[in-house]
Write a new protein. Structure first.
Length: 341
C-alpha cells in the first residue's frame, strides 16, 4: 500500500514538475551561460536585496504550487486513504516527494550558499508549496451580464480560463517574472540598455504562457453553440483576440516590472512590453484555431511566434513590435471572414 501511494503521488508530482524543471533549465542556460553569472552571484543578490529575494521566492512558489495541488488529490487518493495504512508513512512519503519537487531551487541555493542552505531552501519551499496549494480562491457564482456580443464572448472565455487553467496561468506569470528578472540581470551585469533584453525575454516568455490558454479559448469558442447565432465570425475572432491580447499584455508588464526590480528599465520598457505581449497574445488566436483538436500544434505555433519575434527584435530592436503586431493582425483577419477556419 505504501509503495502504491509513493508511485501515485510521485507520478502526479512528476507530471506537473517536469515541465517546470525543463523551463527552469532553459532560463538557467540563458542566465548562467553567456553572461558569466554564477549561482553565488544570484543568491548573494537575493540575500542582499530583499526585493530580489522576495521576487525569486514568489516566482518559484507560483511555479510549483500546481505540483502541490496535484499531490493533495492524486488519482485514486480517496480509495487508498480508506485502506488500512499508516497516515504517518503516507505523510512522510508526500513530504519527501514535495521536497524532491524543489530540485532546481535546492540546487540553486546549494550551489550558491552550500548544502545546508540548499536543504533549508528545499524544505521551506516544500512546506509553503503544500500550504499554498490548499488555498482556494472564492469564485463568483452569479451569472454575469455583458452588453454586446463581443463583451459577452470575451467574458465567457476569460471565465473559462480562470476556472479551468489556473495552473497554466500560474506558470505563465512565473515564466514572465523569471524572464524579466533574467533580462534585468543581463542588462545590469553587462551595463546594457534594458529595452532589447526585456523585449527578448517577453518574446520568449509570453508565447510560452499564451500556449497554455490559447487552445482553451478556441475550445470555449466552439463550445458555445449559440455563438454562431448571437455573434458574427468577426465578433468571435475579436473576442478571442481581446482575451489573449490582454493576457499577453499582462505578461509583458509583469516581465518589465520584474526587470525594474533590479533597476533595469522604466515606464518605456513597461509600455513596450505591454505592446509586444499584446501582439504575441493575438497570434494565439490563430494558434488556438490551428490546434483546437491537437494541443501540440498550439505549442508549435506559439514556439514559432517566439522564435520569429525574438529574431526580429534582435535585428530591429523595438521597431519589431510593429512587425509582430502586423503579423498578428494578418493571422487573425482570416478567422473573421466567412472563409476563415
Amino acid at each position: 500500500m505504501i509503495t502504491t501511494w509513493a508511485r501515485v503521488v510521485g507520478a502526479a508530482a512528476a507530471e506537473r514538475a517536469l515541465p517546470v524543471w525543463a523551463g527552469v533549465g532553459v532560463v538557467v542556460a540563458i542566465v548562467f551561460g553567456g553572461t558569466g553569472m554564477q549561482p553565488h552571484d544570484l543568491t548573494r543578490l537575493a540575500i542582499g536585496e530583499r526585493g530580489v529575494g522576495a521576487a525569486l521566492a514568489v516566482m518559484w512558489i507560483v511555479l510549483v504550487v500546481p505540483v502541490g495541488a496535484a499531490m493533495i488529490d492524486p488519482p485514486g487518493a480517496a480509495w487508498m486513504r480508506a485502506l488500512p495504512s499508516s497516515r504517518i508513512a503516507r505523510g512522510a512519503i508526500t513530504a519527501a516527494v514535495a521536497i524532491a519537487a524543489q530540485g532546481p531551487w535546492m540546487i540553486l541555493w546549494g550551489s550558491g550558499e552550500g548544502p545546508l542552505a540548499g536543504a533549508i531552501a528545499g524544505i521551506s519551499a516544500a512546506a509553503i508549496m503544500m500550504i499554498a496549494a490548499r488555498v482556494r480562491l472564492p469564485m463568483r457564482r452569479t451569472a454575469p451580464t455583458w452588453r454586446g456580443p463581443v463583451r459577452a464572448l470575451a467574458g465567457v472565455h476569460a471565465r473559462t480560463i480562470v476556472r479551468t487553467r489556473g495552473a497554466a496561468i500560474a506558470r505563465a506569470i512565473a515564466w514572465s517574472a523569471c524572464g524579466g528578472l533574467g533580462a534585468g540581470l543581463v542588462a545590469r551585469e553587462n551595463e546594457l540598455d534594458a529595452l532589447v533584453p526585456i523585449l527578448v525575454a517577453i518574446a520568449i516568455a509570453a508565447p510560452a504562457g499564451i500556449a497554455g490558454v490559447a487552445g482553451t479559448v478556441a475550445e470555449s469558442d466552439r463550445a458555445i453553440a449559440w455563438a454562431s447565432l448571437a455573434a458574427s465570425r468577426g465578433a468571435r475572432a475579436a473576442a478571442q483576440a481581446i482575451v489573449l491580447a490582454s493576457s499577453g499584455a499582462a505578461l509583458g508588464v509583469i516581465a518589465a516590472i520584474a526587470a525594474m526590480i533590479l533597476g533595469a528599465g522604466g515606464p518605456i520598457e513597461v509600455a513596450a512590453g505591454a505592446a509586444l505581449g499584446a501582439a504575441l497574445g493575438a497570434t494565439g488566436v490563430r494558434a488556438g484555431a490551428w490546434g483546437v483538436r491537437d494541443g501540440t500544434r498550439v505549442v508549435v505555433g506559439m514556439t514559432g511566434a517566439a522564435v520569429a519575434s525574438a529574431l526580429a527584435i534582435g535585428a530591429l530592436g523595438a521597431w519589431a513590435i510593429a512587425g509582430v503586431a502586423a503579423a498578428a493582425a494578418g493571422l487573425v483577419a482570416p478567422l473573421a471572414s466567412r472563409s476563415g477556419a
